[in-house]
Design a protein around this ligand. Structure first.
Ligand code: THU
Length: 163
């Protein structure tokens, strides 16, 4: 039997001003995108901003539905839009901003499992890490160096073939 510890380094910035100008800008874009979320059911708005290798930034926000499971998270709206508009262009970073309309969110909301898996698809395809920046309305910024960090032992396309 072998034991293996799997961990990752989470960077916590108490002040967003400690981030680079570009990172601050991306987070700001995610915050702006959050405003246009359609979240009448959960009243929990999320915005995402995807920075691509070509310098373009693509945004998304959560889009809910009266048939709840038909809605989609901000992160997937954003990365799918990026894939649709700029196919094959690598994703450098994704900034995610979350806020509740009912209480002050103090800690960054981490992407849900489905969004992690969806973003992981692009990370695996491009064979280069996607940086994540997470922030709530208040509180610190969390920075992860790659999606693989927060989705260890991920399922990926390698399992689907024998090569
Ligand atoms: N939501 C996101 O947009 N991203 C996540 O990673 C977690 C949750 C949305 C889905 C739903 O519209 C609302 O937040 C409450 O779950």
């Amino acid at each position: 039997m072998e034991r293996k510890q799997i961990g990752f380094e989470l960077l916590i910035f108490e002040d967003a001003n400690e981030l680079s100008q570009n990172e601050q800008k991306l987070l700001h874009t995610a915050e702006q995108a959050r405003e246009n979320a359609y979240a009448p059911y959960s009243r929990f708005k999320v915005g995402a901003a995807v920075l691509l290798e070509n310098g373009e930034v693509v945004i998304g926000n959560n889009q809910e539905n009266a048939s709840y499971p038909s809605g989609l998270c901000a992160e997937r709206v954003a990365v799918f839009q990026a894939g649709a508009k700029y196919p094959g262009v690598a994703i450098k970073a994704v900034a995610i901003s979350a806020a509740s309309q009912d209480h002050v969110l103090q800690m960054p909301a981490a992407p849900c499992g489905n969004c992690r898996q969806s973003i992981m698809e692009y990370e695996q395809k491009q064979n280069a890490p996607i940086v994540l920046l997470l922030k709530a309305e208040k509180g610190p910024v969390y920075k992860c160096a790659s999606m693989a960090d927060i989705l260890p032992l991920a399922f990926n396309s390698a399992f689907l073939s024998d090569s």
